[in-house]
Design a protein around this ligand. Structure first.
Ligand code: FE2
Ligand code: FE2
Length: 388
C-alpha cells in the first residue's frame, strides 16, 4: 500500500482478498474499475491480472482501505521491511558507496542537470572530481552492495540513475582496465551518459504519456548531446562511446545511429545492459512487481538481439541474480536476506534467515551458503525492488 492522491491510496492487486465488500468505487488511472456494492471474487482478481492491472486506487476513507491497512500491519513482509535497517546493521550489510557520499554525489549530478537546463556550461573538472571520488571509494569497498533496499528515496530518479549506471559498469569494468585513470575516465562516461537529457527538457523527460514524434525525435538526441559534452571534456573514445551508444542494440534497432554489432565495443555493450538493468530495478513503489531476478531474466531474454551474451554473463556474475540485501523466500517457507553472491552459482547466494516459516521474526540467523545446500533453493523474491 502506498500513498496515492489526497483522496485515494494505491493498492497492489496482490493485497486484495476475495470476500471483501467494495464499499466505494475502485479506480484505475482515475477511471472506475469496480463499482461500490460488489464483493471481490478470485475470478475478478484473476481478470485484473490478465489485463495487466497491478495497482488500484481505493478511497482513503473507505472500509476497504481500513481492511487493507489492518492487513498490511500484520503482514510479515511489512514487519520485515520495517526492520530492514536493523537487519542490514546486524549482518554488516553496507553500500559500497556510503549513503551520505551517494546523497552528495546525487546532489552534484542534479546541480549539473540544472545548470545545463538553464543553458549554462558545467565545470567538467568538478564533474570529474565527483566521479573520481566515487571510483576511489568504490575501489576499496567493491565487495559491498551497489544498491540496497532504500525505502525512503523514491525521487530524483535521473540523477541517481546516472550514478547507479556508473557503479554497475564499474563493477564489471574494473576487470577490463589497466589503470585507475582509465577506470575513472570510463566511469566518467558512464555517469554522464544521460546528461544530454538536460537539453531535451524536463517536460519531455518526465512526460507520463506517450511522446509525440517531434518529442521522440528530441529524446533520441540525448546520447549524441551527452557524447558531445564528453568530447569537449576530452574523455577517451571508449568513455564517449558509452554515452553515445547506450541505447544502441546488437541487431541495429537501437538509437541514435542504429549501429550494428560490429560497431559496438564491449564498453558500449555493457552500458546498454547496465542502463536497462537500473531502469528495470528502480521502481517508485517497493511493492511493485519488477524484482532483480526478473530484471536479470529480461536481460538474458534480450541476449543476442539486444545484448551481448558474454558481457551479460560477466555482468550477472558480478551483480548476482539475487543481489546483496535482497529478501528472498526459501523452499522451507523461511525468508532470508542475501549476504553475498556466489559468482559461480548465481541462483545460490549466501543468505541468513530473518523470518521463520510461521511468520515469526528471527533475530540472528546463521549464515547459509546455498551453493553447498542442495536441499534448499530460492522460490521467490520477497522484497528486492530498489526505489533508489
Ligand atoms: Fe539514455
Ligand atoms: Fe540511462
Amino acid at each position: 500500500m502506498t500513498d496515492g492522491d489526497s483522496k485515494h491510496i494505491k493498492v497492489s492487486i496482490d493485497q486484495l482478498h476475495p470476500g471483501w465488500l467494495v464499499d466505494r468505487d475502485i479506480m484505475v488511472d482515475h477511471n472506475v474499475l469496480v463499482t461500490a456494492g460488489v464483493t471481490i471474487t478470485p475470478k475478478m482478481i484473476e481478470s485484473f491480472r490478465r489485463r495487466g492491472i497491478e495497482e488500484l486506487e481505493v478511497a482513503r476513507d473507505s472500509e476497504l482501505a481500513e481492511a487493507l491497512r489492518a492487513k498490511d500491519a500484520e503482514d510479515p513482509v511489512t514487519t520485515l521491511l520495517a526492520r530492514t535497517g536493523e537487519i542490514y546493521a546486524q549482518h554488516n550489510l553496507e553500500l559500497a558507496i556510503p549513503p551520505e557520499v551517494l546523497e552528495d554525489a546525487t546532489d552534484q549530478v542534479e546541480g549539473f542537470f540544472t545548470e545545463l537546463e538553464m543553458g549554462q556550461e558545467i565545470d567538467m573538472d568538478v564533474a570529474r572530481g565527483v566521479v573520481n571520488n566515487l571510483v576511489g571509494i568504490f575501489s576499496s569497498r567493491a565487495n559491498l552492495a551497489v544498491k540496497l533496499l532504500d525505502l525512503d528515496s523514491f525521487d530524483r530518479y535521473t540523477y541517481r540513475h546516472s550514478i547507479n549506471v556508473g557503479l554497475l559498469m564499474m563493477l564489471v569494468m574494473q576487470d577490463w582496465v589497466d589503470s585507475q585513470q582509465e577506470l575513472e575516465d570510463l566511469v566518467f562516461g558512464a555517469v554522464l551518459h544521460d546528461m544530454g537529457k538536460a537539453k531535451v527538457g524536463a517536460d519531455i523527460i518526465n512526460k507520463p504519456g506517450k511522446l509525440t514524434d517531434a518529442e521522440w525525435e528530441l529524446m533520441r538526441m540525448h546520447p549524441i548531446w551527452s557524447a558531445e559534452m564528453l568530447t569537449e571534456a576530452e574523455a577517451s573514445p571508449n568513455a564517449i562511446g558509452i554515452a553515445l551508444n547506450h541505447h544502441e542494440r546488437l541487431d541495429g534497432k537501437g538509437y541514435p545511429e542504429g549501429l550494428g554489432a560490429d560497431e559496438l565495443n564491449r564498453f558500449a555493450r555493457l552500458s546498454a545492459i547496465c542502463d536497462v538493468y537500473d531502469a528495470l530495478t528502480t521502481k517508485r513503489s517497493y511493492k511493485a512487481k519488477m524484482d532483480f531476478a526478473k530484471a536479470i531474466d529480461i536481460i538474458l531474454q534480450g541476449c543476442g538481439a539486444h545484448f551481448d551474451p558474454e558481457v551479460a554473463h560477466e555482468f550477472i556474475r558480478r551483480v548476482g541474480r539475487y543481489p546483496v540485501g535482497t529478501f528472498i523466500k526459501l523452499s522451507t517457507g523461511e525468508i532470508a536476506v542475501v549476504l553475498r553472491t556466489n559468482e559461480r552459482a548465481i541462483n545460490r547466494p549466501v543468505v541468513s534467515r530473518v523470518v521463520a516459516a510461521d511468520g515469526r521474526q528471527i533475530e540472528t540467523g546463521e549464515e547459509l551458503n546455498l551453493a553447498i545446500r542442495p536441499d534448499l533453493y530460492i522460490t521467490q523474491v520477497v522484497a528486492g525492488v530498489q526505489p533508489t
